[in-house]
Write a protein that binds this ligand. Structure first.
Ligand code: ZZB
Length: 258
């Protein structure tokens, strides 16, 4: 499975992280790295998800940069030549997902330049990087999760203003309009992120409709079919140093709804 790893620069840590943690990161630009199959939707990021019970590490990529991902992902990256010191892990700090909630990051190509880290229940520790970009316009899981977070901010230990961004129209599909995920969540009567079966179906439809019939509404490839724009936006992100290819070995591939 070939993902695009998206580098979200940390602008401000949540109040949950310790002073020792911050001290360990002195002099480094830290990026939370999300694995996505849909680089063309990055304009529509409203948040970024972590699993509250997942352990993350911060690994040096170069003298000046470090990436926040699961150890499993860092190991894959090391072998894929992502880090200057190929094949080696240099962990500078570790942190629990719960302590990252409220951190502010910059999403590459995002229409909204500063977004907050919030919790998602279904984030898998053994898939991608354990960091997930939230695109509620085109991912039904993300849309349903965002609605849950808004309804129960206190329960999820978040500030309401962290989830105040509305979904941003990124692409049009002839059958579901400019905010495909919202239309599908309504159509399949999905009430929350716990409605796994309907969400799996909605995701399947959203992928197919977006890829086969979608037209871009924003960015340099506005007006072009998603099928054409997808590799072009991916290349733009990579050329700008905001993303890199990340592959998941065959035996590690897991589907979100599995
Ligand atoms: C942004 C995005 C925008 C995504 C979209 C999807 C969609 P899949 O489909 O199951 O093979 N993801 C990545 N890592 C994890 C994880 N550890 N736990 C849970 N979810 C994860 O998985 C690929 C997608 O699952 C990734 O692409 C990511 O969300 C999420 F408009 O990134 B995506 C219809 C889907 N649309």
């Amino acid at each position: 499975q070939e993902y695009t790893a998206i580098k979200m620069k940390v602008l401000e840590w949540a109040s949950g992280v310790s002073d020792d943690f911050k001290a360990a990161l002195e002099g480094l630009d830290v990026y939370m790295v999300a694995a996505t199959l849909r680089p063309e939707t990055m304009y529509g990021q409203t948040n970024c998800f972590v699993g509250t019970g997942i352990n993350y590490g911060i690994y040096k990529a170069s003298e000046t940069e470090a990436y926040l991902v699961t150890e499993r992902a860092a190991r894959n990256m090391a072998f894929q030549g992502t880090f200057d010191d190929r094949g080696k892990l240099h962990k500078v700090a570790e942190v629990k997902g719960a302590d990252l909630v409220g951190t502010k990051v910059n999403p590459p190509f995002g229409v909204i330049p500063e977004i907050y880290i919030v919790p998602m229940e279904g984030v898998l520790a053994n898939k991608g990087t354990g960091v997930v970009s939230c695109v509620p316009s085109d991912s039904p899981d993300d849309y349903a999760t965002l609605m849950d977070l808004r309804k129960k901010a206190e329960y999820y230990k978040i500030q309401p203003e962290w989830v105040a961004n509305e979904p941003i129209p990124v692409l049009n599909t002839p059958n579901y309009g400019d905010v495909t995920a919202a239309a599908l969540v309504a159509k399949l009567k999905i009430n929350s992120q716990k409605d796994k079966v309907q969400l799996a179906e909605a995701k399947d439809i959203a992928y197919k409709e977006g890829f086969n019939f979608g037209t871009m509404l924003v960015g340099d490839y506005k007006g072009r079919p998603v099928q054409e724009a997808k590799p072009l936006v991916r290349k733009q992100l990579i050329d700008a140093g905001l993303a890199f290819p990340y592959a998941e070995p065959e035996n590690q591939v897991i589907s979100r709804s599995a």
